[in-house]
Design a protein around this ligand. Structure first.
Ligand SMILES: Cc1cc2nc3c(=O)[nH]c(=O)nc-3n(C[C@H](O)[C@H](O)[C@H](O)COP(=O)(O)OP(=O)(O)OC[C@H]3O[C@@H](n4cnc5c(N)ncnc54)[C@H](O)[C@@H]3O)c2cc1C
Length: 302
């Protein structure tokens, strides 16, 4: 196989001044620009599907059909309940778990907080003078994936466009159905009684839960219409497709990708810790490689 080699990094600093940094002997470029930034930078550098790059007049350094593919985000679906009073506890809590995996989390939004970034479908201006309780489930391992496309072939500051194809896959809708059923059980508990208006019904912002006897299509519509995100974006530079098992870009010397773009799945409820552990793991692997190259034992090296 003919290898290309990463030579360095070119960038503009915060004053707009241009710099080039060249890789030293035995050094390498480590790309950690995140699940959107890393595929974008690789495509702009000429690594990607060759016909796609050529159509944008980007010089093809190496054909890499899967860069920017398998982009995924975990959909969040649930209900939002307007409370009668202001609640001061703003912590995020796990309040349920389905048998198929998804966790149900709940958090309180303080009065007079703009809600549009949290529950986009409630409208452009959403302020309430009492608290809002958000209850939602994260679909843990979405089968639906999409792709990333450049909106500029020359300007790195223009963000690319990403399509995640949320809920395209039946299994994701079925996981959402499990989330709906666990939330239904949660709302039926005696603890939740005091959050009903006048002791009668919950005051939902956005859609209430579908009827208990709902069919697949009704549930699928509910999941899509209440879709939001936990911002746990991943994919775009997957192992065995773009990088190898130690995250070196396949077919390219001196180039590694170390970030959430290499995750098949975004584990648990908080991927940041996993991303940091990945950094530590790959850092140790690099030290091990360097020790081996320079001929001394790894343990003595560290
Ligand atoms: C609003 C929000 C809330 C979140 N809350 C949580 C949470 O509570 N707990 C949790 O565990 N996770 C949370 N996450 C997810 C978590 O932040 C990510 O999973 C994690 O940061 C991914 O790490 P990363 O290294 O892949 O990318 P990032 O942390 O995004 O790092 C990529 C870095 O590259 C930089 N970059 C990108 N492109 C370029 C470029 N062209 N030139 C120079 N620099 C560039 C970016 O500015 C960024 O600093 C949240 C995410 C968002 C967006």
């Amino acid at each position: 196989m003919v290898f290309s080699t990463a030579l360095g990094v070119a960038y503009h600093d915060s004053n707009g001044k241009y710099h080039e940094v060249h890789v030293r002997t035995n050094g390498e470029v480590i790309l950690s620009a995140g699940a959107i930034g890393s595929p974008q930078l690789l495509l702009l550098s000429g690594l990607g599907p060759s016909s796609y790059l050529s159509s944008l007049n980007i010089h093809v350094v190496r054909d890499h059909p899967f860069i920017g593919q398998y982009m995924a985000d975990n959909p969040r679906t649930g209900v939002n309940i307007l409370l009668r009073d202001s609640i001061t506890d703003l912590g995020l809590r796990v309040v349920g778990i389905t048998e198929s995996g998804p966790y149900i989390e709940s958090f309180t939004v303080a009065p007079n907080t703009p809600l549009t970034s949290i529950i986009p479908f409630v409208g452009s201006v959403a302020l309430f003078n009492s608290s809002v309780q958000i209850i939602g489930g994260k679909i843990t391992r979405p089968k639906s994936t999409g792709s990333l496309h450049l909106l500029s072939a020359s300007n790195v500051t223009v963000s690319p466009s990403v399509r995640f194809n949320y809920y395209n896959h039946t299994e994701d809708v079925n996981e959402c159905w499990n989330v709906v059923e666990v939330i239904r059980k949660l709302l039926a508990t005696p603890t939740m009684e005091e959050y009903k208006f006048g002791g009668q019904n919950f005051e939902f912002l956005g859609l209430p839960l579908p009827e208990e006897s709902s069919d697949y299509e009704t549930i699928a519509s509910f999941c899509r219409d209440t879709l939001s995100t936990f911002w746990h974006i991943h994919g775009g530079c997957l192992p065995n497709k773009v990088v190898d098992s130690i995250l070196k870009v396949i077919g390219v010397d001196s180039l590694r990708v170390v970030d959430a773009s290499t995750f098949f799945n975004s584990p648990g409820t908080n991927p940041q810790a996993t991303t940091m552990m990945l950094g530590r793991y790959i850092g140790m692997k690099m030290l091990e490689e360097r020790a081996a190259n320079q001929g001394y034992p790894f343990l003595e090296y560290i």
